[in-house]
Design a protein around this ligand. Structure first.
Ligand SMILES: [Zn+2]
Length: 163
């Protein structure tokens, strides 16, 4: 990475932190930067801790890291999912995910958008969720958001399991 793109990346990390009223600490920059560099991958707490330890070349304070991840999730910079074993994983919130139904593979952890697959039904789902959140907002609920996730095993992983 050349100096200019590094500078741009640092600037966009700082902009994101500022836009969400988060403190610009070395750790918050590092963690958000890590997620920005791996936009389509979900990480568990333990995996994140390992990665951050590697980058720091020392042990990160676990509680501080977990608080930061919670904070990033609260402001919707990160998307948190809980798998069938109740393990939480986190990934960068794709801009489109909030109103588009997507499929999450529990084997390879990849997300794919399914609008094309189920077309009209997907639009109906989105509309229903949008209506519900507008209705809640009109009743005075705040920061209403929604995610439409279908979980399962993708075709690639399903085929591998058969082999
Ligand atoms: Zn898969």
């Amino acid at each position: 990475m050349n100096d200019l793109s590094t500078q741009n990346l640092i600037q966009s990390i700082d902009d994101l932190l500022k836009a969400h009223s988060l403190r610009k600490t070395a750790l918050s920059r590092m963690v958000l930067g890590f997620f920005l560099a791996h936009p389509n991958i979900a990480f568990s707490h333990a995996q994140l801790q390992d990665q951050i330890n590697l980058m720091l070349d020392s042990a990160v304070d676990k509680v501080t890291l977990y608080r930061l991840i919670d904070r990033l999730t609260q402001v919707s910079l990160l998307l948190c999912r809980v798998d069938m074993n109740r393990v939480r994983s986190y990934q960068l919130m794709p801009a489109t995910i909030k109103n588009t139904p997507f499929f999450h593979c529990q084997s390879c952890q990849k997300d794919s958008f399914i609008s094309q697959v189920i077309q009209q039904e997907a639009l109906d789902l989105s509309k229903a969720a949008a209506n519900a959140s507008q209705h809640l907002a009109s009743l005075g609920y705040q920061n209403v958001s929604y995610q439409l996730t279908l979980n399962g095993v993708c075709t690639d992983c399903a085929q591998q399991e058969l082999q």
